[in-house]
Design a protein around this ligand. Structure first.
Ligand code: TYD
Length: 210
């Protein structure tokens, strides 16, 4: 049977990652793959309820991190692991790197605690750790991302953070990418939509999944 493939999409708010999920899903389906499109926080009825809480209610960074990982645990068990076991491609709009970038570097929360939560929540029966096979990191200057977002919709709790927060989040993503360079593809999201889309497709093609 075809092996499952797990691809996550990451970047600061406004970098445009969500725009590129659908074209990749279409290309993979044309290639004969079954695709599960999902997102974090969210992706299951329980995790979507948690999403509404963390995106709107004020809370301390530990509560925020615990809720992100609680949502992730449900999402992994209900959606991601079954889809991968069935040989599907899972395209996930954000995953654990977002917690390290937003709660870790953005909020300044202890990354050692996040690492422990990651180990518990993403543990595999064989003792390994579930991580995406590929993480597409859309990189854009925080000023440009803010300009793209302004006026598009009412900002949520994170989107309304100041530029300094997003500089820290971007640094957090860069740190994670540096720790696991073979998993990450860093894309310059400041180019045209078509150029970025072509890059996404060619990265996935290079991995042999298209
Ligand atoms: P986002 O993925 O940008 O969705 P939308 O395009 O619908 O706004 O929004 C999710 C927000 O949640 C985003 O601001 C980042 C934040 N977030 C965290 O802070 N930690 C996490 O672990 C995850 C998955 C998301």
């Amino acid at each position: 049977m075809t092996a499952g493939v797990f691809i996550s999409f990451e970047g600061i708010d406004g970098a445009g990652k969500s725009t590129h999920i659908q074209p990749l899903a279409d290309a993979l389906r044309q290639h004969g793959r079954t695709v599960t499109l999902t997102r974090e926080p969210g992706g299951t009825p329980l995790a979507e309820k948690i999403r509404a809480l963390v995106l709107n209610d004020a809370m301390d960074p530990l509560s925020e991190a615990l809720l992100m990982f609680a949502a992730r645990r449900d999402h992994l068990r209900q959606v991601i692991e079954p889809a991968l076991a069935a040989g599907q491609v899972v395209l996930c709009d954000r995953f654990t790197d977002a917690t390290f970038a937003y709660q870790g570097c953005g909020r300044g929360f202890d990354s050692a605690v996040l690492t422990q939560l990651e180990r518990w929540v993403q543990a595999l029966p064989d003792g390994g750790l579930r991580q995406p096979d590929l993480t597409l990191l859309f990189e854009l200057a925080p000023e440009a991302a803010a300009a793209r977002l302004s006026g598009t919709r009412a900002p949520d709790k994170f989107e309304s953070q100041p530029l300094a927060f997003f500089r820290n989040v971007a640094a957090g993503y860069a740190l994670r990418a540096g720790q696991d360079p073979s998993r990450f593809a860093r894309l310059d999201a400041g180019r045209s939509r078509e150029e970025v889309r072509d890059d996404v497709l060619s990265v996935v093609r290079q991995r042999g999944w298209l």
